[in-house]
Design a protein around this ligand. Sequence first.
Ligand code: PHE
Length: 453
Amino acid sequence: MELIREEKRERAVFATKLGAIATTVGSAVGLGNIWRFPYEAGVHGGGAFLICYLGFVFLIGIPLLIAEFVMGRGTRSNVFGAYRKLSPGTRWDLFGVLGIITSLIILSFYTVVAGWTAEFCLASITGELNFATEEARHEGFMVLTNGGNSMIWTNVFIAFNFCILIGGVTKGIERASNILMPLFFLLLVVFCINSFFLPGFWEGMNYLFWPDFSKITPSVILGALGQAFFSMSLGLGCMMTYASYFNSGSRLGKTAVTTSILDTMVAVLAGVIIFPAVFSFGLSPSAGPTLVFEVLPHIFYQLPGGGIWSTLFFLLLFLASLTSTVSLSEISISYFCEEKGMTRGKAVMVSTLITIFGAILCALSFGPLAGFTIFGLDFFNLFDYVSSNVLMPLGGLGCSVFVGWFVKRQFIENELTDHGKYKFRLLKIMVFFLQWICPAAIILIFLNSIGAI
Ligand code: PHE
């Protein structure tokens, strides 16, 4: 879809309604679904985690996504400006600052993992990923993701991200992702079908879908909450920033529900692909952040034409990551342009330089900085943990209280109904959720996880 300049305003808007959905899905679907969901579910006991995760998507995720849409489209501003416009003279805009900082922290580790997708894609083409023995596979994997390689590939990825950002608000990538994302979805379905024929299919399905309630601990609950925020790009103003580019005809409620459903489906599909393979090939589900990259090549290379499947998959995952990092970068870029008066080029530059700095710290966590830990976590794991489990829920808490209690009801209604053109029957209940359910749940989960309750 193309972005057009709205006549009176200087800001770009997406030309079509599909544009709104395609870009928000582009932001939501990425490594969070394919890489992070299976590893988090694996670490936190499978089914128990899935149940909590699904609960949070629907109870907290969807109302918050709508709240971010309302703030973004209603103010047509970056995250900082949105808080300021709706509540001038107060310090609510600090939640905007929090969102910008969070986005840069996420970019730091996200680009490292995205770099691996590029590297694995190339290694699939050259045949390097096709290891003869199990030991060779493990060894090879360690080499591919070591500090030096991670450093190179994260920068390759950042360079791609830079080029797209510099070219304006993302014309080409969106057009491409309109075709490629459905293709990615199709590929995932093919691998799901393949899962069915693996010897560990039922064991994997059992692990993912059969909740063992005794496994629900405070850390499982917090992990699931963090994953819901991460996967839906919530709590840092990302969806707010994108909604500021929606045209006035987009239906916010529908867009939010469609995005959430598609995002959740992709995560579940990834689980259905990964866990049967984990059990079939005798691996451990709780391997952590490297799980997916170790498991996937197993799946591809037991198929005829393994290299082709592998190349295609990592290429599409690379592109899905790119649509997410573009949205992450847009948070700080729109802030630098609108609040600090920078040209777009300069804003992209600044955002990219900060990202490179953070990404180097994270890449080197797989090399010389491996021993450097804070709270027992290296930079990579620390940034991953803190952004999802602390900063995003905190940002979400701010947003829900702000929209629920401080934004005028009429303003919310106007945005959701396009000034009375559509019906939005769930307004009251949604506001109730924003006022009570979301803040209470987030606060209780925080307290619970630090052992206070
Ligand atoms: N939701 C993206 C994913 O699942 C990651 C992301 C987080 C993107 C926050 C934007 C903001 O990969």
